[in-house]
Design a protein around this ligand. Sequence first.
Ligand code: FES
Length: 137
Amino acid sequence: MGQHIVCRVDEIPEREAKLVHVEGRDIAIFNLGDRFAAIANRCPHEGADLCRGKVAAFVSADGPGQYMMEEERVMVRCPWHGWEFDLKNGQSYCDPRRMRVKSFEVNVTDGSALAEGPYKVEVFDVSTEDKYVILTI
Ligand code: FES
């Protein structure tokens, strides 16, 4: 299992998602404001892109008219038919026993820590001559 730098934090607006392709998988990364979540992008119902779904907090009620928004339990609603998935573990709210999407661990790391490693990218020399950009590998 490897770690992959997928984007800067400010590339994903709050309550929205970014689709990334990592090791042959399409993964939706969600910005939940105080944390990020990642799930497989494909809805198990008919294959919609979950990165295009609406993010909403779970709503519970102690009685009629007494509802509460549970900001710790956040779900995404599939854009095609509205199935809902918990962004913490991928569990479906439509059919919790049989349906889920794979969830992934996601963390935020300071750029200064990335510069130190263990993450490394391959670096190539680039030079310009006249009007051409030359990449040397
Ligand atoms: S494709 Fe997602 S609910 Fe139907």
